[in-house]
Ligand binder design. Structure first.
Ligand SMILES: *[C@@H]1O[C@H](CO)[C@@H](O)[C@H](O)[C@H]1NC(C)=O
Ligand SMILES: *[C@@H]1O[C@H](CO)[C@@H](O)[C@H](O)[C@H]1NC(C)=O
Ligand SMILES: *[C@@H]1O[C@H](CO)[C@@H](O)[C@H](O)[C@H]1NC(C)=O
Ligand SMILES: *[C@@H]1O[C@H](CO)[C@@H](O)[C@H](O)[C@H]1NC(C)=O
Ligand SMILES: *[C@@H]1O[C@H](CO)[C@@H](O)[C@H](O)[C@H]1NC(C)=O
Length: 497
């Protein structure tokens, strides 16, 4: 069998020359909410509300500027909040001009467009602090769209978009992106075509834009990466979903799997389980994840990171990995009698227990998709662990197709608890986790006790779709070690919610 092997030396220093770096900032914001978002308000009331959040933005931009930040990212819904209806959000909307059609500096030329107080304030925040600002706000566009006159209009004759805006350090509006993959957002429309939006900066080269749920889909995220965009900006309002989709866990996984930088700013809201932001590069992670009992407050993160440019990421090749008959036959032979089914994030995983002190060939399959584990405990308590495999369509809260290998700590001593949410653990192991995937898009992560991320020692990908993650010397008890594969080519066209 022919193997093409990439060894990723994760702790080696980046190859970029000195000076090829910039300072990134992300702010996890505890958004001040409208207490009654379903009741329509006047524009004056909407502005009074949004000003409270923008005052926090201004204060944080000043702090960031003092720390030399070049680009500062604020979260999704951070200015207006959430849970509006299509009509109750009206007073919050501004019509954001397309920066590809028009050069405009709202701070310098406030009179050019009416009803743009939020754009003006953000522009001035960027200009006064001499840094790039990325923020998320609602946009109202006329129907049909000037950029897409053939597209059909929503029934009420207006487009309403969940939108990222970017201002240069002079205050110029340089990019506008409309969120593609909405998550139960009844006040917003899906754009008629996915938007692939980038902007160039003097300090860090090119950046691409996306929002929250977009991270799980091909467009725009993977399309950006395939076009060689290696620095992605990710405002989010992410509800944490252990054991596989906690905010920082998947942010880390995507950045490693796609070999890109991710600047992730989450909203902080304890009732909605939203926290977890970070500045992730393929070599480093600077992140924040609030713990139960922490005060519910914002958090500014700042890190100097290398410029990543030009070279397409590891997911850059189009299409699925060829899976040879031979490789699947090799690994899906002899069904494992001791396996059992348990649900993880509502998907039926096939699990086997890790009940020996060490094992070289623990294996589990979901259909013809197989995962294998070599492990040796280095610290073992009474906790129960299992290796799980799932290949199929996830159908709850979005429809998308997966191939996942995961080692999880079960919630208690009953195997039916494997796949449930766990936040703490004491057991540690040295391990190699492998899977034989029908896709190149595999996102690796190691999450340990109390929301700490570990950088895998080694990742290896071969041409036949095999991915292996090796890790040892764990600093904390293992919560989840995961290879999260996305078979985008099997997704249905639309993410229907
Ligand atoms: C939205 O409002 C509904 C009904 O009032 C409530 O149950 C839900 O928790 C709210 N969701 C958010 C995101 O605030
Ligand atoms: C802004 O609104 C005022 C008052 O309604 C109007 O006179 C003016 O023409 C508008 N300006 C623009 C640029 O639309
Ligand atoms: C990831 O990116 C770094 C820096 O650009 C590069 O040196 C490395 O070879 C890439 N890794 C893979 C597996 O493509
Ligand atoms: C581990 O589990 C398997 C299957 O349930 C069983 O056959 C084996 O005896 C167990 N080993 C130990 C050490 O308990
Ligand atoms: C689906 O989302 C709701 C909130 O929108 C959440 O309460 C629930 O846990 C989610 N279910 C899964 C399986 O992720």
């Amino acid at each position: 069998m022919l193997f093409l092997v990439f060894f990723v030396g994760l702790f080696s220093s980046p190859t970029e020359t000195v000076g090829d770096s910039y300072v990134a900032g992300v702010f996890e914001h505890r958004v001040i909410l409208n207490p009654d978002p379903r009741v329509p308000v006047t524009r004056h009331e909407a502005l009074q509300h949004m000003t409270k959040n923008l005052d926090v933005y201004e204060e944080q931009a000043t702090r960031a500027a003092q720390q030399g930040v070049d680009i500062l990212v604020f979260p999704e819904d951070g200015i207006h909040g959430f849970n509006f209806t299509r009509s109750s959000i009206s007073a919050y909307l501004e019509t954001i001009p397309d920066p590809q059609q028009e050069t405009w500096n709202p701070c310098m030329e406030p009179g050019r467009h009416n009803n743009t107080e939020v754009l003006q304030r953000l522009s001035c925040i960027a200009r006064r602090n001499k840094l790039y600002v990325v923020a998320n706000m609602p946009d109202l566009q006329p129907c049909p769209l000037p950029s897409d006159p053939s597209s059909s209009c929503p029934p009420d004759g207006r487009w309403q978009f969940n939108t990222n805006v970017v201002f240069s350090s002079e205050g110029q509006l340089v990019a506008r992106y409309h969120k593609q993959n909405l998550y139960y957002e009844y006040s917003f429309d899906t754009p008629p075509q996915p938007e692939i939006i980038t902007f160039d900066t003097p300090f860090g080269g090119r950046f691409g834009l996306m929002v929250c749920f977009d991270l799980l889909f091909r467009d725009p995220t993977v399309t950006l990466v395939e076009r060689g965009v290696r620095q992605l900006i990710f405002p989010t309002a992410w509800m944490n979903a252990l054991p596989l989709l906690d905010s920082i866990q998947f942010q880390r996984a995507f950045s490693l799997g796609a070999n890109v930088t991710l600047l992730a700013a989450n909203t902080r809201n304890d009732r909605l389980i939203m926290t977890g932001s970070g500045i992730f590069t393929p070599f480093s992670a600077t992140y924040h994840h609030a713990q139960e009992g922490d005060p519910e407050e914002g958090k500014l993160l700042v890190a100097r990171v290398p410029v990543l440019e030009g070279m397409p990421g590891v997911v850059a090749e189009e299409g699925k990995a060829p899976k040879t008959k031979e490789s699947s036959a090799d690994h899906s032979a002899d069904p494992i009698s001791s396996s059992f089914i348990s649900y993880m994030l509502r998907d039926p995983y096939t699990f086997v227990l890790l009940n020996e002190t060490k094992q070289d060939d623990l294996k589990v399959c979901s259909g013809t998709f197989c995962c294998a584990l070599q492990y040796k405990w280095t610290a073992q308590s009474k906790e129960l662990y299992a290796l799980g495999a799932f290949s199929g369509r996830h159908k709850v809260n979005g429809s998308y197709t997966l191939q996942v290998c995961a080692v999880v700590r079960c919630a208690n001593e009953d195997p039916s608890s494997c796949g449930q949410k766990v936040e703490e653990a004491e057991s540690k192991m040295d391990f190699v986790l492998e899977g034989w995937f029908d896709t190149k898009y595999v996102y690796p992560s190691v999450l340990v006790s109390r929301m700490v991320l570990e950088q895998p020692d080694q990742l290896e990908k071969t041409e036949d779709g095999r991915v292996a993650m090796k890790h040892g010397n764990m600093g904390g008890g293992l919560i989840t070690a995961c290879l999260y594969g996305r078979t985008y080519h099997l997704d249905t066209k639309k993410a229907v919610l």
